[in-house]
Structure formats: structure tokens, C-alpha cells
Design a protein around this ligand. Structure first.
Ligand code: NAD
Length: 480
């Protein structure tokens, strides 16, 4: 069976332990490759390599660093079909989605930061004839980047690209649930001419490899995307060590639909924002609040569209929804459907595991699920489910819907649907959310700050925010 390898010091190597973790294809429920079960010894080797590589990478003209990264993004583009297939097999997401979103976005992430870093400039503050200050930005040294399974290569590159482009060496850990495209990226980084030790990719469990990265004294910055509970564990270790930390965590995002919305667009986009990638996008809206006067009309139109969504083999382009990433995650999602029923909810559609024909019968499929009749503050409406499950709730006033929307501990993203410009601004100003879309969803400009408030995270990624995170400022004052 194919064995994935770590990338350390420019070499593809087996883990020191020489033990492996089973890697499942969620669309069939079968094991199809093996993942290194690495530990602190592999991290230690990577740190040694990164320390060695750092001075030359830091001092390399940024145009040259940029050229290596652009080469890497070109190679991802060249291998788009291969990487998209690998992503779909590993994660269960539809192939058409990997081809049109995940892998193209990985290309853009690397290209964006390869070029953005050329425009990061130092600053000067004149004190007239008295003195001149200049503020320089220098890379931190070694950055730890830890990413989740839902958008594997997309989020992995979103972290490593700004870290590398700003002159850091990186020790990165992809999710042990979806390691395959990070392994292919390791191969491509060698082909792109990335100097040995600059990018190191260690596979394995969070509690072993992740924890070893977070607690390592020579890794001064941790950029993490994943669950809120893991973020809390990481902060508990990294904060007393005074590390820089960027945490992109969970969400329970509201969609607010006013009666004066563009109805068709609101329905169509809400279907996408609810069920894209099996609902496994941190930005998916999972609580849909609809103004009471159009509640029944919206419900009917929405459910009609949801029932049309085909679920099954991710490699078949007819299917809009693929497999849930793992068996434990599927069971967690289904347990929330049971909870919703116990809490008084009515499942209007979906709610059950699906068993497509043939080799996919044992895959992890869930019918897109819509639930109504729940209170805004029940557990189903407060806790992150992270699957193809949404709730519908009517509201009467702006004040009421803001109370509902802001009632969770999360604050990542929100969508507001209204044609009333003043209302849109008024509602948005009072929403506790790091990202808000008005009359759209998931429209992204990579220059904009990305991140959440409350338990959805600390810090911002995107644009110059990420380049600033991976660099440290030093102010120099010269007396004239
Ligand atoms: P997770 O927290 O279980 O794992 C994320 C990564 O952290 C994995 O690589 C894992 O191995 C590692 N990890 C686990 N324990 C660790 C530890 N103690 N120390 C260091 N690393 C550790 O999250 P997941 O289940 O992979 O991803 C789903 C979660 O990610 C959801 O909550 C989702 O909302 C969130 N997410 C957030 C964003 C965002 O931008 N805010 C984006 C995507 C996903």
C-alpha cells in the first residue's frame, strides 16, 4: 500500500518511528494509503533543518524567493487534475469542486503571496530636524503551520505561502485525515527548487506532531486553523511561551433573510452556502433566519431545491454532494440530527445516512438535512455541527434576529439578504462577526482580512495581515 512520506531537509523520508496510520477513502470506507505516525523526533529533525536553512532564505533577495514560489504555484497548476483527484479521494469532496475551487485556490494563494511580499515595505517616521525613525520588518525564523481537513490544500497553502514569502522557514502539519495533497506539494516543492530545510512537512496526529510543534521552544509563531477546542489547547501551551499565535477556529454562521431580498438569488445562494463541500466549510451558514412574512414561501422553495441535490460518488460530476470526511465525523453529524429531534425539531428533509450503490455503499454519505421548529438557543442552534445540516427559523424584527444571530459563542461569518441599503448597513454594524456578506456568499478578495471574533479565533489572515503576522517590527531611531 502506498506510503506517504515526510518532507524534512529537502528529502522525502519515513517517520523515525517507522509506524503508520491508516488513511481512509471516505467515499468507499476503505483504507487506501498509509500516513506517517510521526512524533517529536521528526519535528526535532525538521527544526534542525529549518534552523540551518533560515539565514540563507532570509537573506535571499525577495525577488528570488518570489520566483521559487511562483514556480511552485505553476507546478500546482500543471498538476491540477492529479491534485484535484487526490483531494477528492482523500476528503470525499466532489471532483468538480476540487477542480474548480480547491486546487485553483491553492495556485492563487501561493501566487498571491509570492507577489504580495514584493510590495511589503518598511516605514519611516520623520521627527523633523530632531531625528528619523525607520521601522523594518524581519521574518520570525521558523513558523509552525497547522491545518484542518475540510479544505486541505487550499488552507495548507493559505498558511505556508505568506510564511515562506516573508522569509521564514516552515514546519507544517496537514490534517492526518487528509494528508495526500500536502504530500504531493512536498514533491512539487523539491521540483520547484525550494532550498532544503525551508519547507518541512510532518504528517501525523495532532496530539503528537501538532503538540510537538506548538511546544517547541525554537518555533516562535503558530498559525492554526481548526476547531475551537484545539485552538484553546494550543493557546494554553503557546501563550505562556509568548509565541505569536493566529487562530482560525469554528463557526455557527447565521444567514439573515429579509422579506425584501431578491428571493430567487437568496434561495439559490443559501442552498450553496448551506451544503457546499457537504457543509464542511467554516464559512457555511448553518442557521437560516427568515423574516416571518416570507418564511413559508422561502421554506417551500428552499426545500424543493435541496431535494434536487444529488449525493454520491465524489468522482461522478452528476453528484453535487460527496462523502463526509470520516466515519467519526459522520456519526457526530447524525448524532446532532437525533439531538435536534429530542430538542423538538422537525426534520423537513434528509436526516439520514445514505448508502449509494456498489462500492460506495459503505461510504460516509448524509442526505442534505433541513430542520425547523427549534429555539434559537437550543444546543443544535448553538454548537458547530460542520456538516450538511441547517436549521430554519422565522423572525419578526431586526432587533430579534440580531439577538438570535449573536447568541452563539462564535462569530466567524454571516450573510444578510435585503435590498434595503440602510437596513443592510444597520444590521451589519450590529452583527458580531469577522466576515459579513451582503446579498452573496463566499465572494473572496485575497487582500481582505479574514478571521473571526469571539470563540471563532484570534487575529486575521489574508492580504498584508498574514505577512505582518509572520514578521516582526523593529523601530530604529537616528538622532540627527
Ligand atoms: P481539529 O482542531 O481537530 O484539527 C486541526 C488540526 O490541528 C489538525 O491538523 C490536527 O491534527 C491538529 N491538532 C489536533 N490537536 C492538536 C494539538 N493538541 N496541538 C496541535 N495540533 C493539533 O480540526 P478539524 O476537525 O481538522 O477541522 C474542523 C474545524 O476547523 C471546524 O471547527 C472548522 O470550523 C474549523 N475551521 C476553521 C476555519 C477558519 O478559517 N476559521 C477554516 C476551516 C476549518
Amino acid at each position: 500500500m502506498m506510503k506517504i512520506l515526510n518532507l524534512i531537509n529537502g528529502q522525502l523520508v519515513a517517520p523515525v518511528s517507522d509506524t503508520y496510520i491508516d488513511n481512509y477513502n471516505p467515499s468507499t470506507g476503505t483504507i487506501y494509503s498509509l500516513i506517517p505516525d510521526s512524533d517529536e523526533r521528526d519535528v526535532e529533525n525538521a527544526v534542525a533543518a529549518a534552523k540551518n536553512a533560515f539565514p540563507a532564505w532570509r537573506d535571499m533577495p525577495k525577488e528570488k524567493r518570489s520566483a521559487i514560489l511562483i514556480k511552485l504555484s505553476d507546478l500546482i497548476q500543471r498538476d491540477l487534475d492529479k491534485l484535484a483527484l487526490a483531494e477528492s479521494i482523500d476528503n470525499g469532496k466532489p471532483l468538480w469542486l476540487s477542480k474548480s475551487v480547491d486546487i485553483p485556490r491553492a495556485v492563487s494563494n501561493i501566487h498571491f503571496y509570492a507577489t504580495a511580499s514584493l510590495h511589503l515595505h518598511d516605514e519611516a517616521y520623520s521627527m523633523g530636524t530632531v531625528a528619523m525613525n525607520y521601522t523594518m520588518r524581519t521574518p520570525l525564523g521558523i513558523a509552525g503551520c497547522i491545518s484542518p481537513w475540510n479544505l486541505p490544500l487550499y488552507l495548507f497553502t493559505w498558511k505556508i505561502a505568506p510564511a515562506l514569502a516573508s522569509g521564514n522557514c516552515v514546519i507544517a502539519k496537514p490534517s492526518e485525515i487528509t494528508p495526500m495533497t500536502a504530500f504531493h506539494l512536498a514533491e512539487l516543492s523539491i521540483e520547484a527548487g525550494m532550498p532544503a530545510g525551508v519547507l518541512n512537512i510532518i504528517h501525523g496526529y495532532g496530539h503528537k506532531v501538532g503538540a510537538a510543534i506548538v511546544s517547541h521552544k525554537d518555533i516562535p509563531a503558530i498559525s492554526f486553523t481548526g476547531g475551537t477546542k484545539t485552538g484553546e489547547d494550543i493557546a494554553r501551551v503557546a501563550a505562556p511561551m509568548f509565541k505569536k499565535i493566529s487562530l482560525e477556529l469554528g463557526g455557527k454562521n447565521p444567514n439573515i433573510i429579509f422579506a425584501d431580498c431578491d428571493f430567487e438569488k437568496a434561495v439559490q445562494t443559501t442552498v450553496r452556502s448551506s451544503f457546499s463541500n457537504q457543509g464542511e466549510i467554516c464559512l457555511c451558514g448553518s442557521r437560516i433566519f427568515v423574516e416571518r412574512s416570507i418564511y413559508e414561501k422561502f421554506k417551500t422553495a428552499f426545500v424543493e431545491e435541496v431535494k434536487k441535490l444529488k449525493v454520491g460518488n465524489p468522482l461522478n460530476d452528476e453528484n453535487w454532494i460527496g462523502a463526509i470526511v470520516s466515519k467519526p465525523h459522520m456519526e457526530k453529524i447524525l448524532s446532532y440530527v437525533q439531538l435536534a429531534k429530542q430538542e423538538g425539531g422537525t426534520v423537513i428533509c434528509g436526516g439520514q445516512q445514505l448508502h449509494p450503490e456498489g462500492e460506495h455503499a459503505n461510504g460516509y454519505y448524509i442526505a442534505p438535512t433541513v430542520i425547523e421548529g427549534l429555539t434559537y438557543d437550543c444546543r443544535t442552534n448553538q454548537e458547530e455541527i460542520f456538516g450538511p445540516v441547517v436549521t430554519l427559523m422565522p423572525f419578526d424584527t431586526e432587533e430579534q434576529v440580531l439577538k438570535y444571530a449573536n447568541s452563539t459563542t462564535y462569530g466567524l461569518a454571516a450573510s444578510v439578504w435585503t435590498q434595503h441599503l440602510t437596513r443592510a448597513h444597520r444590521v451589519v454594524a450590529n452583527l458580531q462577526s469577522g466576515i459579513v456578506w451582503i446579498n452573496t456568499w463566499l465572494l473572496r478578495d485575497l487582500r481582505t482580512p479574514f478571521g473571526g471574533v469571539k470563540n471563532s479565533g484570534v487575529g486575521r489572515e489574508g492580504g498584508f495581515e498574514a505577512l505582518k503576522f509572520f514578521t516582526e517590527e523593529k523601530n530604529v531611531c537616528i538622532k540627527l
